[in-house]
Write a protein that binds this ligand. Structure first.
Ligand code: WTA
Length: 634
């Protein structure tokens, strides 16, 4: 097996690991109480797990103190954050001491703007240090950060600002993508103008990433740099209860409306630190590079909190994998001697296509652990990454988790859990997955089923913002007694898990979750469309691609395709652009009027037979009609 060729010594042996599993299973209360000691508390919690989702009750702490202040004595001059700009020659290095000062200045600016504990602050930035600094600054004063992905459309931003009730937004004049400029400020302005009566935003602070001028609204917009200059480099941290929300992060589910997943402070931080140390075999001197944007949970837990809690060094790269030329990512690994590289199967598939010669030009011998997340990885991509990037020497962690879990749940542990290419392998100590059949009956042994989790864990989200019952309804009620993940999985004879993908109506495009209903809601805003269905189909590069069926109203215009595409990109964002849009006379429906997605999926994949019993359809003929339309070149 690949792990036998590892030339490194890892923190844990298989025996240590088994001992952890045993302790976590035999006495979870004691186990997690002990794990909570990895944080520095102002008041230690009285217990670990309590009723429902709340962890470490009675505990009081501050997240930024845990990421920064407590390392100052021992690691003040150690690198905490290294930012590699798009331009090869430009690198900014922050030690724990200087990062602390930047965070304090930003926290003081936020306080001066009237932000208090519990207020929501939205962060809408490209990959610049200010993103991480702003997150920790919010945490310092007890404000709840809400990071908004840079790829969201103005509509999507407006919805999330309204739902979160954010009082202030931190954005940039522009972002850089090679020579291109991404209009961050202009996109935010458009969002703020859409439905101003629903918004609570009264201040916008702008990071000048370049010298580009942008419109500034007097009284509302300010350049951040001038405020930071005047701010003091110390800021008293707010003491927060363990259960206080640390951040909201919006994610898609099977309902149309994106959900603001609420993560707490104590439980989330314990999970971020625990999983980062275990899964990435964190050791002193590691340089940790997580390529995920901070707009996603991976960027939160492993781009910011996990490594900083553990006193590590975070590398942040502004640019893209292959800009200005193929090999740029490998160049970054070589220049910064990255030890731990965490990325997505989508990125690996794209990089594989550039050929082996590109990666061979670089010295990647600093790498010790490789990780992937976000979607199933194929055996081919796994092997390529392992052999050509890792040189066959590195531990490989295929990590399964989700926004709601706060951190990694199922993954190999370097040195302790033998890898199998393309398997997420075993649950971390203290995590208890089960496989159920559709009726909710437990399936034992080697089998397949709906992946659920038994019991709670410290990183589990507290709730959904603005809708307390929704967490229960979405995750706890579908399979009573278990947490429902939305994924399907297979378990082999060694107890290893192989994630097969979503079992709900969530489409995973390049590792981004997009709800079918979100796309259908967007299409419903186009008046010439009567109804629609969005489904996911396999895609070579993106993992899944979106295919949309639209049923026009009478007298629909000829440019319906264009209108449909525009409705999706303007409501959701360009990352949700469909591969194909089919204009069809109707959808296959049951007699009760429900679209049969199983059929739509098969038809979109080009299948022409094996549809099973169609007699339950209101109009069985429609299947033939759809097949003809799909086969006609557009
Ligand atoms: C999928 C990302 C297969 C899964 C951290 C999950 C994976 C969803 C893996 C969560 C993996 C994540 N193998 N599938 N290793 N990791 N997924 O919330 O469908 O953006 O439910 O969190 O991504 O996506 P989210």
């Amino acid at each position: 097996m690949p792990s036998s060729s590892h030339s490194h010594s890892f923190r844990l042996t298989p025996t240590d690991y088994s001992a952890l599993v045993e302790r976590a299973t035999a006495g979870p209360e004691l186990y997690w109480k002990r794990e909570s000691e990895r944080l520095s508390w102002n008041t230690a919690p009285t217990h670990a797990q309590c009723e429902k989702q709340s962890w470490f009750a009675g505990g009081m702490l501050n997240a930024s103190v845990n990421c920064l202040d407590r390392h100052l004595e021992t690691r003040g001059d150690q690198k905490a954050l290294v930012w590699q700009a798009e331009d090869a020659g430009r690198v900014l290095t922050f030690t724990y001491k200087t990062l602390y000062e930047h965070v304090c200045r930003m926290a003081n600016v936020l306080r001066d703007q009237g932000i208090q504990a519990g207020d929501r602050v939205a962060i809408h930035l490209p990959s610049v240090p200010e993103g991480l600094i702003a997150m920790l600054a919010c945490a310092r004063i007890g404000a709840i950060h809400v990071v908004l992905f840079g790829g969201f459309s103005p509509e999507a931003i407006a919805d999330r600002l309204a739902d979160s009730g954010a009082a202030l937004v931190i954005t940039a004049n522009v972002g850089r993508r090679g020579a291109k400029r991404i209009p961050f400020k202009a996109t935010l302005d458009a969002a703020l103008d859409l439905r101003p009566e629903t918004l609570a935003v009264n201040a916008v602070l702008v990071v000048g990433v370049t010298d580009d001028e942008v419109g500034m609204k007097p009284g509302r917009d300010r350049w951040l740099a001038s405020l930071l200059e005047k701010a003091a480099p110390d800021c008293a941290p707010q003491n927060m209860p363990s259960s206080a929300p640390l951040f909201l992060l919006y994610t898609s589910g099977s309902t149309g409306k994106p959900k603001g997943v609420v993560h707490g402070t104590g439980g989330y931080l314990v999970w971020a630190s625990y999983t980062h140390e275990l899964v990435f075999d964190h050791q002193d001197g590691d340089i940790f590079w997580c390529t995920a944007d901070i707009g996603w949970i991976t960027g939160h837990t492993y781009g910011v909190y996990g490594p900083l809690l553990n006193g590590g060094t975070v590398l942040l790269f502004e640019g893209m994998p292959s800009s200005p030329a193929p090999g740029r990512w490998w160049n970054v690994i070589q220049d910064h001697k990255v030890t731990t590289f965490y990325t997505s199967p989508t990125a690996i598939r794209a990089l594989m296509r550039e050929g082996d010669a590109v990666v061979q030009r670089y010295d990647l011998s600093s790498l010790r652990v490789l990780g992937t997340v976000g979607e199933p990885i194929s055996q081919e991509a796994w092997s390529w990454f392992n052999d050509h990037v890792g040189g066959g020497r590195c531990a490989f962690v295929d990590t399964w988790w989700q926004t709601e879990s706060g951190g990694i749940m199922i993954s190999p542990v370097p040195g302790a859990v033998r890898e199998k290419p393309a398997s997420a392998t075993l649950p971390l100590p203290g995590v208890h997955p089960v496989l159920l059949d559709e009726k909710g009956t437990l399936r034992e042994g080697a089998t397949e089923g709906v992946l659920c989790l038994k019991g709670s864990w410290p990183g589990r989200a507290l709730s959904i913002w603005n809708d307390d019952g929704l967490f229960e309804r979405t995750y706890l009620q579908p399979y009573p007694g278990y947490y429902f993940t939305g994924d399907g999985a297979r378990r082999d004879e060694d107890g290893y898990y192989w994630i097969t993908g979503r079992v709900d109506d969530v489409i995973n495009v390049s590792g981004h979750r997009i709800g079918s209903a979100e796309i259908e809601d967007a299409l419903a805003t186009e008046v010439t469309i009567a109804e629609s269905a969005a489904i996911g189909i396999p895609h070579d590069l993106k993992g899944q691609g979106i295919v949309v069926y639209v049923v026009p109203r009478d007298n629909a215009p000829d440019d319906l395709h264009i209108r449909a595409a525009k409705a999706i990109t303007s409501k959701v964002g360009r990352y949700a652009a469909p591969e194909r849009i089919h204009v069809v006379p109707d959808l296959p429906k049951t007699r009760s009027g429900k679209s049969v997605r199983r059929l739509l999926r098969k038809i979109a994949c080009g299948e022409t037979e094996g549809f099973g019993d169609l007699s339950t359809l209101a109009d069985p003929e429609i299947v033939e009609a759809l097949i003809r339309i799909i086969q006609t070149p557009q």
